[in-house]
Design a protein around this ligand. Structure first.
Ligand code: PMP
Length: 431
């Protein structure tokens, strides 16, 4: 493809004239890796096709939601039927109840659920709920964890903010983040100190139990246990942000893997199956603080949307089928192992991890445990790898601070083709 025949280029020019940066969410813009974003025409299974009709093996899957791949027949059927019955009512529906029941059935920490439309809304509402329920203001978050773009949470967040090197965003008044305490991920001493100093003022602690916004970094077992223990001891609420990990790393989510029971869980992505749907849920006494029962206000015109709930329910019913996560985890592991051997052949440092259908890799000798260690990654080498893969029809996240996603539609052949492309792309770095 030469620049004169690449149809993504004029589309991006048109986009930039009318949409800031040409995209509706910053990481899509290829700012970190350079070049022109691929404009998606359509997607099916493990693939999407761009404006040139070129096919890509998709390891983003809408940044997590598409766990079944694109256009799964059961999901498509559910969405089409729901759309015929009406797009939005602003009045309750049975499917909202079913989805809430399904989520509560899968996660023992959740007694009640409130549905919203984005992870940002869910995270923001969880913080308000924690503050309202405890009557306290301070919250703890961890460096490199992203919880959506609500003001109070936009401090040392990962993902697009890591890419752009913003410690926080313009437009967030210092007073708004004054109550947000940012600690290093996996640092027990800092955690202990924060609670020793401020324990009585802390409304809640919010954490990605497996962080997916500084690539892929697991919270250690002692660290997550101490988070839970200190919240309990000091009367603060433990909030697990499982927008990315929820029903992606396993049916029991990251909280099940780590055997920890949050007071509030924030969900999104997979529970909507690709439609705008997210949720927060938790202990009954806490959730009953929400309007219309309690004093904490939260609302949404499109919350519990009937087409989105149909999509989410159909998705959850597929991933509940026996053996689903065993197969998905094995496929994801095969990808990660294949990438590892391709890197080794080319003499490129490489460390990777995966859980369920989520993975991360670093061009480093060992897996990092926190954000400063993630920042040691070799950006130039990653960019070479990214473009090497892209040219060979493999689409991974266009920034090294992002996790990757495998779907049930990715076949053994897709993994094999990806590893072959990686073998060639890693050689470009080795040179
Ligand atoms: N929390 C986490 C852990 C996320 O990964 C994201 C999005 N990547 C969000 C919150 C925000 O979700 P949304 O983009 O739907 O607002």
């Amino acid at each position: 493809m030469t620049p004169s025949t690449d149809l993504n280029i004029p589309l991006f020019e048109r986009a930039k004239a009318r949409i800031p940066g040409g995209v509706n969410s910053p990481v899509r813009a290829f700012r970190a890796v350079g070049g022109t974003p691929r404009f998606v025409q359509r997607a099916h299974g493990a693939y999407f096709w761009d404006a040139n009709g070129q096919r890509f093996i998709d390891y983003i899957g809408s940044w997590g939601p598409m766990i079944l791949g694109h256009g799964h027949p059961a999901v498509l059927d559910a969405v089409q039927k729901a759309a015929v019955d009406g797009f939005s009512f602003g009045a309750p529906t049975e499917r909202e109840v079913e989805l809430a029941e399904e989520i509560a059935d899968l996660l023992p920490s959740i007694d009640m659920v409130r549905l919203v439309s984005s992870g940002t809304e869910a995270g923001m509402s969880a913080i308000r709920l924690a503050r309202g329920a405890t009557g306290r203001s301070r919250i703890i978050k961890f460096e490199g964890c992203y919880h959506g773009h609500a003001d109070a949470l936009l401090v040392k967040a990962g993902s697009g903010l890591a890419t752009f090197g913003n410690p926080t965003s313009a437009g967030v008044p210092p007073e708004v983040v004054r109550h947000t305490l940012v600690l290093e991920y996996n640092n027990l001493a800092q955690l202990d100190e924060a609670f020793a100093l401020h324990g009585a003022d802390i409304a809640g602690l919010i954490i990605e139990p497996i962080a997916g916004n500084m690539n892929f970094v697991r919270a250690s077992q002692p660290f997550i246990d101490r988070c839970r223990e200190l919240c309990t001891r000091h009367g603060a609420l433990f909030i697990a942000d499982e927008v990315m990990t929820g029903f992606r790393v396993g049916l029991q989510c990251a909280q099940g893997l780590l055997n920890v029971k949050p007071d509030i869980t924030v969900l999104g992505k997979v529970i909507g199956g690709g439609m705008p749907l997210a949720a927060f849920g938790g202990r009954r006494d806490v959730m009953e603080q929400l309007a219309p029962l309690g004093p904490v206000y939260q609302a949404g015109t499109l919350s519990g949307n009937p087409v989105a709930t149909a999509c989410g329910l159909a998705t959850l019913r597929e991933i509940r089928k026996p053996g689903f996560f065993t197969a998905l985890a094995a496929r994801t592991r095969a990808l990660v192992d294949g990438l590892h051997s391709a890197a080794r052949e080319a003499g490129v440092p490489f460390a990777a991890d995966s859980e369920g259908g989520m993975f991360g890799f670093f061009l480093l000798d060992a897996l990092p445990q926190n954000y400063p260690a993630v920042m040691q990654s070799n950006g130039a080498a990653f960019n070479t790898l990214f473009h090497g893969l892209l040219e060979r029809g493999v689409y991974i996240a266009p920034a090294l601070y992002e996790a990757g996603f495998v779907s049930a539609a990715h076949s053994e052949d897709d993994i094999g083709a990806t590893v072959q492309a990686a073998r060639e792309a890693f050689r470009l770095i080795g040179r």
